[in-house]
Design a protein. Structure first.
Length: 579
């Protein structure tokens, strides 16, 4: 099924939810004019639809393959990646002095959305590279930035994150990979790396001339746990001082994971130092890896949240096209018994409208968050704190939405949705990883209630909820949801035990995210109405009303789960529960 870029919807969400015109009023983002915004979003959509979307099905059916330590990809991927590099899509939000374009993150998110909607598995390659750029911009030395960033920013070299190990899982502090200082010889001042990393996205491939692995390891005598980890640059090929490539480093992919989805994304088991000669260089200070890791992961978590929007958009488009084409049964209660397209049946209408409301709500939350990140970049400390609050909501809620919308897409197809040839099943298989990687959604919810909720004694969240309630005083369901969220937040910040907070964290996160998404859709509907009675205004009015009338009350229904406590969860023994 082809992909049609939702350009009008994206540009509108940028204007209303990201507030991109306000961002462009600052000198740093002055280039983000209306004309440029429309050109970038439309251009990215055309590129994605023309170059990347046609590879989505072949990537799923053929996938990546490991042979003699190298990874091969289906025909067409190499040319499509070269076209991406030549078009300059990778460096949109990177600093201009590092070879980027210095544009707002919100605009880069919108452009990148099209790549992921066209081909989620392929988009993971530049997504991880963007995380590497972010880490080196904030934590790399001037020399490291000068040596590595120009070619990473262009996409000529790609980047990875190497965190997870077989025994560690989400507990990064349990890693065992070692980094031993080198005192003499040609690599003096660097480190010998030894260990194994798993789940390394695009850890090995031939689409770029070099792969820059950002790897967490433990130095001799480092403290136990996460406080003792350090971050290292470990290139596939050594980089000479003049930027040319030297010999291959002592690292290799020893396996590819056989996954439920994203088959064209090589998820590697990486082995470092099999011959004792894997060389890496420290980023920042020893034992300073945790701070750098959070920089990488926060950026990645926003981009993974964007994947929820991407897969939802693709599933929505495919389901809508099928519903318009598939003819079955007469309309219930109609005098004419001629079969009609299934889009005319009420339950199919319900599913499609729900899919659209969830997709546009998730996009609104994503773009709003990106706009707050941009304001933080401009020095707005309140926006910076609000962005920190929003990151776990974007990652968790948007990816859950991606799964739900992809599942509904299969349902719209009926039995044909369960048949691989239609392509509907691929969206659900691809979507299912997003709630898991870059910190499971349960970890995001735990982060919300144990760390983000405590910012300014709850003031960061409560100020946002008060702002929403004041703006939505004529929409009682939304105002009441904000009151519920605030009451739960106050209880979690005072009377609740840690177990009780964690037990209610997932429904609480969904409630908060629904409130913010509903608010942003309300703002979009009001803005569209103010521009006149065109089709966008009609659509925004209906979509926002569905979200506010149906999905916000659903979110309010999660209150009891959020405050129910942990007692019932431990009423059965581990053996009785997990039988």
């Amino acid at each position: 099924m082809s992909f049609t870029p939702p350009t009008e919807e994206q540009v509108f969400a940028l204007r209303i939810s990201a507030g991109i015109a306000e961002l462009a009023s600052h000198a740093r983002f002055a280039a983000a004019s209306d004309d440029l915004i429309e050109a970038v979003v439309a251009g990215a959509g055309q590129f994605a639809a023309g170059e990347w979307a046609p590879l989505n099905r072949i990537g799923d059916s053929e996938g990546a393959r490991l042979a003699e330590g190298g990874v091969s990809l289906p025909e067409g991927f190499a040319a499509a990646y070269r076209a991406y590099v030549e078009a300059g899509w990778g460096g949109m939000a990177a600093p201009e002095d590092q070879g980027g374009q210095g544009l707002p993150l919100a605009l880069a998110i919108a452009a990148f959305e099209n790549l992921g909607t066209a081909n989620m598995a392929f988009s993971l390659l530049p997504m991880l590279t963007l995380g590497a750029i972010e880490a080196l911009v904030h934590h790399g030395s001037a020399a490291q930035q000068a040596l590595y960033l120009p070619k990473i920013v262009t996409g000529e070299w790609s980047g990875t994150m190497n965190l997870t190990e077989p025994q560690a899982g989400s507990d990064v502090g349990a890693l065992r990979t070692t980094a031993t200082p080198i005192a003499t010889g040609p690599h003096a001042g660097k480190y010998r790396i030894a260990g194994t990393k798993i789940f390394i996205t695009w850890g090995e491939h031939e689409l770029t001339r070099n792969i820059i692995h950002l790897l967490l390891a433990r130095t001799p005598g480092a403290p136990a746990g996460s406080k003792g980890i350090s971050l290292f640059i470990v290139p596939k090929f050594h980089v000479e001082p003049d930027g040319t490539l030297g010999a291959r480093n002592d690292l290799r992919a020893v396996g590819l994971e056989h996954k439920l989805g994203i088959h064209a994304s090589p998820t590697c088991v990486m082995s470092y130092g099999d011959n004792g000669e894997c060389i890496g260089e420290l980023v920042g200070e020893e034992c300073g890896g945790l701070r750098a890791m959070f920089t990488m992961m926060n950026h990645a978590r926003i981009n993974v949240g964007a994947q929820g929007v991407q897969i939802a958009e693709r599933a929505l488009q495919q389901a809508g096209a099928y519903a318009r084409e598939r003819v079955q049964s007469a309309r219930a209660g109609a005098g004419d018994k001629t079969p009609v397209a299934i889009v005319e049946h009420p339950d199919v209408r319900r599913m499609l409208l729900r899919m659209r409301a969830l997709t546009e709500g998730a996009r609104a939350l994503l773009y709003y968050t990106a706009g707050q990140v941009d304001r933080g970049t401009l020095g707005d400390s309140a926006a910076h704190r609000r962005a920190d609050l929003l990151v776990p909501l974007v990652k968790a809620w948007c990816t859950d939405i991606g799964v739900e919308v992809a599942s509904l897409g299969i349902q719209v197809h009926g039995g044909m949705g369960f048949i691989e040839e239609t392509g509907a099943a691929q969206h659900l298989r691809d979507a299912r990883i997003a709630p898991i990687y870059e910190g499971t959604n349960g970890i995001q919810a735990a982060d919300l209630v144990t760390r983000k909720l405590g910012m300014e004694g709850g003031g960061v969240l409560f100020a946002l909820l008060d702002e929403i309630a004041a703006d939505a005083d004529d929409v009682m369901a939304l105002a009441d949801l904000c009151k519920d969220c605030k009451a739960i937040g106050e209880w979690m910040g005072s009377a609740a035990s840690l177990d009780d907070k964690l037990a209610g964290s997932v429904p609480f996160l969904a409630m908060c995210a629904s409130a913010i998404a509903g608010w942003q859709l309300l703002r979009q509907a009001r803005a569209a109405k103010a521009t006149g009675g065109d089709s966008l205004a009609r659509a925004k009015d209906v979509v926002s009303r569905y979200f506010l009338d149906h999905l916000v009350p659903e979110a309010r229904g999660l209150k009891q789960a959020a405050i129910g406590g942990a007692g019932l969860l431990y009423a059965l023994s581990a053996e009785e529960l997990a039988r």
